[in-house]
Write a new protein. Structure first.
Length: 183
């Protein structure tokens, strides 16, 4: 019995499988495609959730620190710290509960930002809503940036309807302004 045809069929399956694996390799999307991507300054960018394959792009763009304000989620970001540190950057996770943001979260965020103020930072959460509010507070209360200038990054993310629907965030901003503004 001649077994040659079976070997050729097997070889064709292996070759076509390799071709489809090569065809499936797609470069990661540009960082600017991340949901609500906002460049605040040369050293600070905010955004929504980044994909794992985009993390090396952060390093290529000179980012040194990634700060995540989203809570841990198995599907969205469970391996993010591993991928970030494997790419040679520092990773800081401050899990801010969406429904109940705390002044203690703001205080930790301020400390992280101050400790890394000379480094290039990429700060994100799921949709850049937590981050834009925290960065607004940091810029106005710590850096002394005018309300109008600091609000630009936040206004690119939040709508008037969202401020009405998620009152816990306007409440947090008011509490933080009372707590952290000077004497």
């Amino acid at each position: 019995m001649n077994k040659t045809p079976f070997v050729l069929v097997g070889l064709l399956v292996v070759v076509s499988g390799a071709e489809s694996a090569v065809a499936q390799q797609v470069p990661p999307a540009e960082l600017t495609t991340v949901l609500n991507y906002v460049e605040i300054s040369e050293r600070l960018t905010t955004a929504g959730q980044i994909a794992y394959d985009q993390i090396p792009l952060l390093r290529e763009d000179g980012y040194e620190v990634v700060v995540n304000l989203a809570t841990a989620d198995q599907e969205r970001n469970s391996l993010e710290g591993f991928h970030v540190t494997s790419s040679g950057m520092s990773y800081i996770h401050i899990p801010v509960v969406w429904e109940e943001p705390q002044l203690s979260d703001v205080r930790i965020f301020f400390d992280v930002m101050e400790a890394n103020k000379d480094r290039k930072l990429f700060v994100h959460c799921i949709a850049n809503m937590r981050v834009s509010a925290f960065v607004y507070l940091y810029r106005t209360l710590v850096e002394g940036v005018s309300d109008e200038d600091a609000r630009v990054g936040m206004d690119e993310v939040w709508t008037a309807d969202q401020w009405r629907r998620f009152g816990q965030w306007s409440n947090l901003i008011e509490r933080a302004q009372r707590e952290f503004s000077g004497p």
